[in-house]
Design a protein around this ligand. Structure first.
Ligand code: PRP
Length: 174
């Protein structure tokens, strides 16, 4: 039987989302902003964040996959669902739930960068130390977390636990 150890409470997440939304609002002002949510994990963070941003905010979605055989990272990030709209000339903010190895973000930055956005930045709720070692950084980071397997608030284990309103470490029984 697996058990959950709460790492970041619902209140801590909501306070952090408000803080990030304030910083983003201050930085972009009335400039129209396009949020690009990376599915599936970022859906809950996106929903909470976007409700605290101004009326000049649009959203679109991408879905990526780096685990070709489902058991190990191939190191190659594939696009499973691309954006619906053009980002040329747009101010784009990628919305991620977590930077783990940083591979997904590195690939997305490169790919979206070729489409000539006016600016391209990243907000992530969670960031592990490994991501920095790959040279991948986000302009806005909610929480630096240790290298543990976390679920909740959008993050899953075999598609479970995404609906939890908090972030928890998953302990698998041995
Ligand atoms: C997770 C997460 C990020 C990515 C981070 O997505 O949502 O997009 O992995 O990992 P990385 O930094 O090592 O590239 P995942 O591929 O598990 O898909 P999901 O969001 O649909 O669960």
């Amino acid at each position: 039987m697996a058990s959950l150890e709460v790492l970041i409470t619902e209140q801590q997440i909501q306070d952090k989302v408000s803080e990030l939304a304030r910083r983003i609002s201050q930085d972009y002002g009335d400039t129209p902003l396009l949020l690009v949510s990376v599915l599936k994990g970022s859906f809950m963070f996106l929903a909470d964040l976007v409700r605290q941003l101004g009326p000049n905010t649009e959203i679109d979605f991408v879905q990526t996959s780096s685990y070709g055989d489902g058991t190990s990272s191939t190191g190659i990030v594939q696009i499973r669902k691309d954006l619906d709209i053009s980002i040329e000339g747009r101010d784009v903010l990628i919305v991620e739930d977590i930077l783990d190895t940083g591979l997904t973000l590195a690939h997305l930055r490169e790919l979206l960068g070729t489409r000539r956005p006016r600016s391209l930045k990243v907000v992530t709720l969670l960031c592990k130390p490994e991501a920095a070692r790959h040279g991948t950084q986000a302009e806005y980071v909610g929480f630096e977390i240790p290298d543990r397997f976390v679920v909740g608030y959008g993050l899953d284990h075999a598609e479970r636990y995404r609906n939890l309103p908090y972030v928890a470490v998953l302990h698998e029984a041995v």
